[in-house]
Design a protein around this ligand. Sequence first.
Ligand code: GAP
Length: 485
Amino acid sequence: MSQPDDLFKKVTAHAKEYGFVFQSSEIYDGLGAVYDYGQNGVEMKNNIKEYWWKSMVQMNENIVGIDSAIFMHPKVWKASGHVDGFSDPMIDNKDSKKRYRADQLLEDQIDKYTKKGKTDKATELETAMNEALTDNNLDAMRDLIIAHEIACPISGTRNWTDVRQFNLMFSTQMGSVAEDSDAVYLRPETAQGIFVNFLNVQKSGRMKIPFGIAQIGKAFRNEIIARQFIMRMREFEQMEMQFFVRPGTEMEWFSQWKESRLKWHLALGTSPAKYRFHDHLKLAHYANAATDIEFEFPFGFKEVEGIHSRTDFDLKQHQEFSGKKMQYFDPEINQNYIPYVIETSIGLDRMFLLTLINAYREEEVGEGEKKEIRTVLALPPQLAPIKVAILPLMKKDGLPEKAREIMDRLKVSYRCHYEEKDTIGKRYRRHDAIGTPFCVTVDHESLENDTVTIRHRDSMQQERVAISALSGILEAHVSMASLLS
Ligand code: GAP
């Protein structure tokens, strides 16, 4: 298989070629770090959402879902700390006019030292960087960039500005007349929509603690360093769940959610060696425990999901800023309190990228002159965009009509694809490339005895089955139920 960098390039090219992900506004040369999902991408993304939603909301009687608006009252972001604290330390190179995240430049330098075996220098820089970050000492960060002779990758010069904090939230105007309007933000996380609806859901759903509220939705961040394809985007999607618990029980729930979320990932058949937890030693001021679930991407282990014990910080802040009580009366202990919260927050786009990378294979198949490389996406069948391709062997003799009959029967329950162009071999390869787990071929025998051949994507084995058995075979492999039990 390819080198890691090579693999990543291949997967991104494959994603475009086969209708998974396109650069936004590509005909206008694209918009940085904004992407569109194509005809296969949207299906796979919806399947990931369905898997998450079902595992959270359908499988847990004490978790319900909501869909809150992207726009929220500006005070929400004051209360949450995003107006004052959601920023990155940035530095500009005066020659190239390019802007960089100061900590990212330092981290890249640490990586360079490590790769060159200069571990002492790497450790020294890492310690100094962490100190500067903890103290929010922007001058110290600039001093480190100068001292370690870090140059701009574009201009090659060390002509740097001061380091300044840049807020990551996008703002816009609400109302038609600019003078009358108030600035509103595009939400940088979906979580706050859950917190501000805590009382609404608790009261209208008569929810008893412990209970959770789940939501899937868009989030927006003006990421300055946007790279690695859909890994870091300016518009992305999150799948978040806030689990409200009695104070003092949060560590138990934190461990439980850690275990349960990793199980969700591994149920898809990914090797456990590809995953690890990264427990945070340095905690945000509102958290008393935090971990990331990291996946081994071709560019290293990176965060896919965060699990945070957020104490009562958010609800308390909203109580203070809104003046509305955010309390829960716990009949079991006869007490009022502001619940503590365990949050699970997974980036849908990162999960999508992980799924593509993990599935991408190039395999040598055939023998002698027929030897060739087939590119296959060995996707979990439940997440595959198309579940079954219906392929008449020829475009004549009533085979298309028979194939259409099968298609019409199956498409009510499964995303199917009908195709009659090109040789059967070429059609198989196209479906291998988009990860279709099954290809059903309709031939002359099908007309005689109502049987078809079904080809399995991964083994390429074919078997003859009754048309009436197709539904059952598909159900056994592509239904979400097998992932959820
Ligand atoms: N409510 C908590 C929260 O938003 P986060 O660690 O900032 O926490 C959660 O984000 C997840 O969202 C991350 O683990 C990541 O998967 C995803 N994410 C964050 N920023 C992203 C970006 N710019 N592009 C794509 N995904 C992103």
